[in-house]
Design a protein around this ligand. Structure first.
Ligand code: ZN
Length: 199
């Protein structure tokens, strides 16, 4: 990624949510950069604005107003809540059970045929969004679309329903055995484990 001109990515720069360093991604690959959405979403005014923008983007790809927004916990909860606020819908979230399966807990439910959208902070492979889509479909909802603030897949992630993101980018990533930062002897960190981000 180069210096963004995009207003959404600019917000990540402003809030220190665009981290530079040497990171081990969930995929196991190493990357010199990482987007930590929680650092943008800690500011309610930014969360509300991004939620309104994502709601507007979702409206463009759906033919019906969603009545429920579902997000995977933890990362999707805040942005899902703000999208629901903008859509006048309710916000629910899924969690993993002991076996790792994505399920609705806490008494959350959907009505048969209820129009739903799935919202996440960052889509990387699309895996968790796809799991939420499947969870809601199995519970009887009609999932219209999915959305995220950031799409790190370069637009490639498939989630089984139409998908939209406020910013799409391709993150530089290297397998650990062929990582230039490892060769320089720079210690690798797991995103989120650094106390102070270097923006
Ligand atoms: Zn490395």
């Amino acid at each position: 990624m180069s210096e963004p001109k995009d207003p959404v990515l600019d917000l990540f720069f402003q809030t220190g949510a665009y981290l530079k360093g040497h990171f081990r991604l969930t995929s196991g690959q190493h990357s010199p950069e990482y987007l930590q959405c929680a650092l943008v979403l800690q500011y309610p005014e930014h969360a509300e604005k991004l939620g309104a923008q994502l709601a507007a983007a979702l409206k463009k790809i759906t033919d019906q107003a969603p009545r429920v927004v579902a997000s995977p916990a933890l990362g999707g909860v805040i942005i899902g809540h703000e999208v629901a606020r903008a859509l006048g819908a309710r916000a629910i979230f899924t969690e993993r059970d002991a076996s790792g399966k994505m399920i609705l807990r806490r008494g959350f439910s959907v009505e048969p045929g209820e129009a739903a959208v799935v919202v996440e902070d960052v889509v990387t492979t699309g895996g968790s969004t796809r799991e939420v889509v499947e969870c809601l479909t199995a519970a009887g909802a009609r999932v219209l679309a999915a959305g995220s603030i950031i799409d790190r897949s370069g637009g490639r992630a498939e989630v089984g329903v139409p998908r939209v993101a406020l910013a799409t980018l391709t993150v530089t990533a290297h397998p650990p055995e062929d990582c230039p930062l490892c060769r320089e002897g720079i210690p690798v960190t797991k995103p989120g484990s650094r106390p102070t981000p270097v923006a």
